[in-house]
Design a protein around this ligand. Structure first.
Ligand SMILES: *Cc1c(COP(=O)(O)O)cnc(C)c1O
Length: 408
């Protein structure tokens, strides 16, 4: 049994959906993609009613998994929930490679080994609730794996398109978990265009990042968890590896909802959107003072999860970063790989390259005076490092020969 919360129907408090650009409202309990303005839809709740139904003390008495937040999530029917054990992820100190005040939120412990599980568990549950039979999605790897797992588990068909440079292990895990996966000679937005074409023909439902409203709600639980883990006072700075930006947008939304409930005060962390210098459209827009980001041509980085040339929620990322007093920062692949190496060797924590990017950006931000080493800082490691290529370890011993034990 995963969580007793799952076995009782609880009221949910969704009132409607809202266009993130225009504020236009849409009915809950219906299938929606983007708004009429072509922008992400945000789920809105009756927060006073949710607060009356669930106190902070009652929340704290529940098991600590993702479903403890049920009153702040969109799923209405318990029978819609499809779970693989979405635990609360730990905050791991990395004093030697990071600093005394640096904690890594290690999302690699989630089902399918990445935080894409948070978004997809919610989106698939809602697809199930709204009777979707077939889903298609572009992915750089981890999202497709999470979709495959949850869709297979509840009998929804999944078609996944991955850019040619997607790590082989991701393509294989998607296939192994029962989705139909195809490599495409292009970037993730090229894959997305094919998915959109099929969706327009009514072949499947389009699950691209932020093109359906519920992945944000799943990713929002990172912000809810952080608040609870920090004793209802948020950290000073958050470094988030930013591709589509779902998690950054979701956490920012979570903080507002928690403040509306009266569970936290107005203090917010400074949000640092971290990108790779080989694909940094949000950083370029941030530095130019733009509200939207132009597509990044010839995107290339070892950090596949943040190789996203164009984000449909660009303005939401930029608004949150600016409102928080944070920044968008780019780091190069050599710095990313050096950070992965340092965290593993000095602190025993194997980061994914995207997680390494946040550590590299943190050091750069300290050097540039944006962050003080005394400030409480959270870095997001969004997938297990075990899914990524590691440096060779080629040494052999011949057990029949002479072995100089002093050299081992
Ligand atoms: C998807 C992904 C990201 C980027 O997440 P977004 O919320 O889409 O910006 C970062 N790291 C890893 C490992 C990912 O899989």
């Amino acid at each position: 049994m995963i969580n007793a919360n799952l076995h009782t129907d609880r009221p949910t408090f969704v009132t409607h959906l809202e266009c993130s650009l225009t504020g236009e409202t849409y009915a809950a309990d219906q299938l929606h993609g983007l708004s009429a303005a072509g922008r992400p839809l945000l789920v809105r709740y009756d927060l006073p009613a949710a607060g009356a139904a669930l106190s902070r003390d009652a929340l704290e008495a529940r098991p600590t998994d993702l479903w403890r937040w049920r009153e702040l999530l969109p799923v209405r029917r318990t029978a819609s929930i499809v779970s693989l054990g979405e635990i609360e992820t730990p905050l791991v100190p990395i004093p030697r490679s990071g600093g005394a005040q640096v904690l890594v939120k290690d999302e690699g412990r989630l089902p399918t080994g990445s935080f894409k599980a948070r978004g997809l568990v919610m989106a698939v549950a809602m697809a199930r609730e709204l009777d979707v039979a077939r889903i298609a999605m572009p992915t750089n790897g981890n999202a497709g794996a999470a979709l495959a797992a949850y869709a297979s588990r509840c009998g929804i068909e999944a078609i996944v398109l991955a850019p040619e440079e997607t790590p082989e292990i991701n393509v294989r895990e998607i296939a192994a978990q029962g989705a139909r996966v195809w490599r495409v000679n292009g970037q993730i937005d090229d894959c997305g265009a094919i998915v959109a074409r099929g969706a327009a023909e009514g072949r499947w439902f389009d699950f691209s990042t932020l093109k359906e409203p519920y992945r944000i709600e799943g990713k929002k639980t990172m912000g809810l968890e952080l608040a609870a883990q920090f004793g209802w006072e948020l950290p000073d700075a958050i470094f988030y590896p930013t591709g589509g930006g779902t998690g950054l947008i979701g956490m920012w939304k979570a903080f507002d909802e928690l403040e509306a409930l009266g569970w936290i005060g107005p203090k917010r962390p400074r949000m640092y959107a971290v990108q790779a210098s080989g694909c940094a459209p949000i950083v370029r827009a941030f530095e130019a003072g733009e509200e939207h980001a132009e597509r990044w041509e010839d995107a290339a980085t070892v950090a596949a999860g943040i190789r996203v040339p164009r984000a449909v929620g660009d303005f939401l990322i930029l608004r949150a970063v600016r409102a928080s007093g944070g920044r968008a920062l780019a780091v190069g692949d050599p710095a990313i790989l050096a950070a992965v190496d340092a965290a593993a060797r000095k602190d025993g924590l194997l980061l994914c390259p995207e997680g390494g990017a946040t550590l590299a950006a943190y050091h750069q931000a300290v050097k540039d005076g944006f962050v003080d080493p005394d400030e409480r800082t959270v870095l997001f490691n969004c997938a297990t490092g075990l899914k990524y290529p590691m440096p060779e370890a080629p040494q052999w011993l011949d057990r029949h020969g002479e072995i100089d034990l002093s050299r081992l």
